[in-house]
Write a protein that binds this ligand. Structure first.
Ligand SMILES: [Zn+2]
Length: 66
């Protein structure tokens, strides 16, 4: 665990790899997106990261669709 900056819990969600609903570990992480250093502090976007407990498949989704 590199960072605990966010909530973490288990949720049952659809896994594309398992092709069924499995337990996922879900966390919210702030990701600094690429850009100028001057604006880096303004480009931290919350991502919803989830990892399938069963197969280990991991994906992240940007929460703010700007
Ligand atoms: Zn899975």
């Amino acid at each position: 665990m590199a960072t605990t900056n966010g909530v973490s819990n288990g949720m049952t969600e659809q896994c594309d790899v398992c092709d069924t609903e499995t337990l996922h570990e879900v966390s919210i992480q702030l990701v600094t997106e690429g850009g100028d250093e001057d604006t880096a502090q303004f480009s931290r976007e919350p991502y919803r990261v989830r990892e399938c407990i069963r197969c280990g498949h991991r994906d992240s989704k940007r929460m703010n669709n700007a």
